[in-house]
Design a protein around this ligand. Sequence first.
Ligand code: SUD
Ligand code: ADP
Length: 299
Amino acid sequence: MSVPAKINLCLGVGRVRPDGFHPLATVYQAVDLHDELRISSREDGELTVAMHTEVELPEGSTVPEGDDNLAVRAARLLRERLGDPGLGADIAIRKVIPVAGGMAGGSADAAAALVGCNELWGGGLSRADLEPLAAELGSDVPFLLHGGNAIGGGRGETVSPVLARGGYHWVFATATEGLSTAAVYAEFDRLHPDAPAEPEVPDALLNALRAGDAHALGQALSNDLTEASLSLRPELADTLEVGLQAGALGAIVSGSGPTTVFLAASEQHALDLAMALTSAAAAADVIQSRGPVSGARLV
Ligand SMILES: C[C@@](CO)(OP(=O)(O)O)[C@H](O)COP(=O)(O)OP(=O)(O)OC[C@H]1O[C@@H](n2ccc(N)nc2=O)[C@H](O)[C@@H]1O
Ligand SMILES: Nc1ncnc2c1ncn2[C@@H]1O[C@H](COP(=O)(O)OP(=O)(O)O)[C@@H](O)[C@H]1O
């Protein structure tokens, strides 16, 4: 299986709900940075995971290698849904998506495990059947079943199509230390007690995507979690500034951060931006990518 990372082209965040989640109005885009999962059947009903990490783990971050790994949780949930406790699998993950970086790497692995195990076990469930399981695993997981561009509503788990044209050149700057999504949302509550009940996707962003206009998209990129992420990681402001000074069409924090995202006008421009970020030592790692790409798929 191959499964992409995501970015949020806009991330409107509303006032925290009674269930502790925040209402979102976001536009997701799947980008060409993929984890790979090799899934094979086991006769003894065990579910195991082995991680091979191609990226450096941020300081203080770990990825669980047992029952708490999101790919294993996904396989377990699917097995319960299929009602056959004898189903087992070995899952080997080659991790390329930065961990705890606001790019939904764990959610991506969960989406891939749902699709892959459903195939392996002959579950016969459609992507639509897998959606409620995906939503139970995490707010970002349903989008990664589909990929492309999509509007995310609810707490992020309801995805609907968006009219979009064009391919975009992105540069990502990772950080040496990860950020906890829950901690960033808690900081958002502290900073924005008067957040609206129902956030909205800006029209300017939808128009830019409909037109396939990278310059307009760069201007329209937005993230309501920016202040909260920067409050926890003030140095991210410098990274954003380096990219903007180097001519990025737009610069945002990716989701809850701390990865920062820069839009380039062309492949050559992306290379220039990447060089500027690297030579300013403004990031742990600098990655060039493209979007949109499709969601979790068998390869
Ligand atoms: C911020 C976003 C933007 O797309 O992505 P990341 O930056 O994490 O990749 C998402 O909302 C992250 O989604 P995901 O990582 O799936 O979150 P979940 O596992 O569902 O929830 C983790 C925790 O984040 C908080 N949470 C998540 C989603 C939401 N709409 N409101 C929240 O308050 C809650 O504290 C929850 O306990
Ligand atoms: N397969 C997995 N890959 C990455 N992280 C995982 C996985 N399973 C569980 N996790 C946990 O989920 C946390 C959030 O990871 P990740 O999805 O990479 O970041 P983010 O929520 O910022 O997009 C990690 O710190 C890790 O402990």
